[in-house]
Design a protein around this ligand. Structure first.
Ligand code: ADP
Ligand code: 5GP
Length: 204
């Protein structure tokens, strides 16, 4: 039986992570998604408990104190965090789960779950990123500028990822993610255990 994987997905705001994951989950509804806790306001069109649980800063801080988060980070003045329990459950049940986090969150998860496969969603250009972020119409101009400043630092850290997917043509990028999911099952990260298993009864 193939083992489940934790997939970390990051990329600058506006690169198309949610759009890509939406298409992926339509094709593969059995794949799990880690719902983050967040202190930012709900955007138009967002629903509680779909991508985020929208909570107060006080509640977020108590989750930190109670060690309920696998990782968390402050991004453009708001806390974002990955609740520990659903990820641990997916791992113990051998299921595939996607965790969407920023570059700092990705680093923390890699340290805790070294088998996790990480994917960076890259926009085709910086100009196109700004166009997508502005045309999405969910942020004020000031927040768009703050997010573009964060994007610069994030793109520079794309080298920390196992895979980079350029989201130019949407359906091609979805197929690229599916190819990564399939291919990564055979990576050394996922298959290392098999070496000892095959050799366990061999006397050297
Ligand atoms: P993120 O989740 O990374 O912040 P979104 O999925 O919200 O990004 O996408 C940002 C905007 O770009 C949305 O308006 C979305 O419809 C658009 N978009 C996403 N992927 C593409 C693509 N391949 N080509 C053109 N526009 C895209
Ligand atoms: P947005 O406000 O656009 O939904 O997300 C802003 C940034 O926060 C994105 O880079 C997104 O990947 C990141 N993010 C979303 N959830 C989490 C989380 O649980 N932890 C961390 N560290 N970052 C997150």
């Amino acid at each position: 039986m193939s083992k489940g994987s934790v997939f970390i997905i990051s990329g600058p705001s506006g690169s198309g992570k949610d759009t890509l994951l939406g298409e992926l989950f339509k094709k593969y509804p059995e794949i799990l998604f880690s719902i983050s806790s967040v202190t930012r306001n709900m955007r138009e069109g967002e629903k509680e408990g779909e991508k985020y649980n929208f909570i107060t800063r006080e509640k977020f801080e108590s989750m930190i104190k109670e060690d309920k988060l696998l990782e968390y980070n402050l991004y453009v003045d708001n806390y974002y965090g990955t609740p520990r329990e659903p990820v641990e459950k997916a791992v113990s049940e051998n299921k595939d789960i996607f965790i969407e986090v920023d570059v700092n969150g990705a680093k923390s998860i890699r340290e805790k779950l070294p088998e996790a496969i990480s994917i960076f969603v890259m926009p085709p250009s910086f100009e196109e990123l700004k166009r997508r972020l502005s045309s999405r119409g969910t942020e004020t101009e000031e927040v768009v500028n703050l997010r573009m400043a964060a994007a610069l630092g994030e793109i520079k850290r794309a080298q920390e990822y196992d895979y980079i997917v350029v989201n130019d043509d949407l359906s091609t990028a979805v197929e690229d993610i599916i190819a990564i999911m399939k291919g990564s099952k055979f990576s050394l990260k996922k298959q290392n255990y098999i070496i000892n298993e095959v050799l366990k009864n061999v006397k050297s």
